[in-house]
Write a protein that binds this ligand. Sequence first.
Ligand code: NAD
Length: 499
Amino acid sequence: MSDFEAQLDRISKKKYKMLIDGKWENTSSKKTFSRKSPSHDIVVGHYQEGTKEDVEKAVTAARAAFDSSDWAVLSGSVRAKILLKIAGGIEQRLEELALVEVMESGKPIAQARDEIRATVELWEYAATLCRHNHGDSHNTLGKEVLGLILREPIGVVGIITPWNFPLLIVSQKLPFALAAGCTSVVKPSELTPGTTLILGEIIQNSGIPKGVVNIVTGYGFPVGSTLAGHLDVDMISFTGSTVVGKKIVVASQSNLKKISLELGGKNPQIVFPDCDLDAAVDAVVFGVYFNMGECCNSGSRLLVHESIGEEFTRRVIALSKKVKVGNPLDETTKVGAIISKEQLDKVLGYVEDSAKEGAVLALGGKRAQTKQGRYLEPTIITAVSPKMKVAREEVFGPVLAIMTFKNEEEAVQLANDTIYGLSAGIWTSDITTALNLSRKIKAGTIWVNSFMDGYPELPFGGYKQSGVGRELGRFGLEEFTELKTVQLHIGKRNNRWID
Ligand code: NAD
């Protein structure tokens, strides 16, 4: 058995437990569930099927760690050292984390490694914020008053994550919550819990006090729903579908907890004739097929100026034919396996419906022929009109819908003609066009002559039904804080209400 095969054998036999109050625990249900790799059809992990009681225990531990330990008032420098130790621990286990991510999610190994590297950067960046979590002061309220605005950690944060970027997304939330001084209960997706649990092992070795980070695995109901409605949870930070996001809003009414929601997208790439067309073609192909199109930021709509519509489409189709689909363990693969049979059927359903609605299938549209696993061919649909489902709904697969526009005004109108507002790409060499569109498009992130790159410093989140709140950057830290005003009276207080 090669080293690699031995590692694969080890991960597939792993029986994970849950992290509650500093200990690795079995679920009260005594039930476990397992995950079959979407690329290799083999079991790649066994996990605890968490219950309401497990969530209760985890929230009690997080509450106690917040209310009764020194965690929330620890100095920024000590907190930063803990986060840096966790960043180092992730880096040390990069290969193992990447392999688990690939086997559970189906994403290509080279991409998974890049994501783990980006995850390390998120923890390192959050460490820098630990020492910059400060409020404000007002020294202009008159000679007898000093106003202080303190930033305090919000408390116990429930973190609920999806399956498409498991370790990266939990790391857009957890280190920022910890930097602010919060404690947490994390619920990873039932399809990809492995890397979050390995992160738990790394966190355990960092010297963090018990109960500060808890991880409960299992399904949306009851684990996620119990967390979202829990009276002792002060905030839910959720990434997932808009449908479940709305359920989180309803559940949060129990105690009016704060919510932060990162939801779906139907993101346009808008191409003008004066741009670097070679770069735009490449970015359109990358934007739609990256992570099999299972990506909130997927550039699933191409809006191209009518004067170059045909030629540009031809070039996008030609480049799409070169995209390598298949075994995600192959270093050169660009598009791996589709996460579940339901997702595969859903994507094929969109392709079928678009044909019924009068669109043209210009490329792909079928399952790729492979001995194992489930894969989709890169797919391009042309003659799309704005009312078609494929132009409006989040497909979450490698499917590009192409439309043309006549002028800037129509480009903006088409770009905004969606319930979502997560991101958009603008391709032009005209600074005025770039700025006009950047201002007019309702989306949380605009890329000009680029697509889907990101930095821990820059906030990320959605307009409209793409979400509430922002992650990353200074704003990402502030999401996990509460403001407290302290008014200080200076000297003797003379203005009596009753003399
Ligand atoms: P999902 O909404 O089905 O599940 C997300 C998480 O919520 C999972 O952990 C799930 O178990 C849990 N959940 C399900 N029902 C719940 C309930 N009633 N209460 C509480 N928790 C519940 O999403 P998914 O299919 O895992 O992920 C795909 C979706 O995530 C897509 O819509 C995608 O756009 C979105 N997403 C958004 C971003 C972003 O940053 N905006 C990033 C990645 C993914």
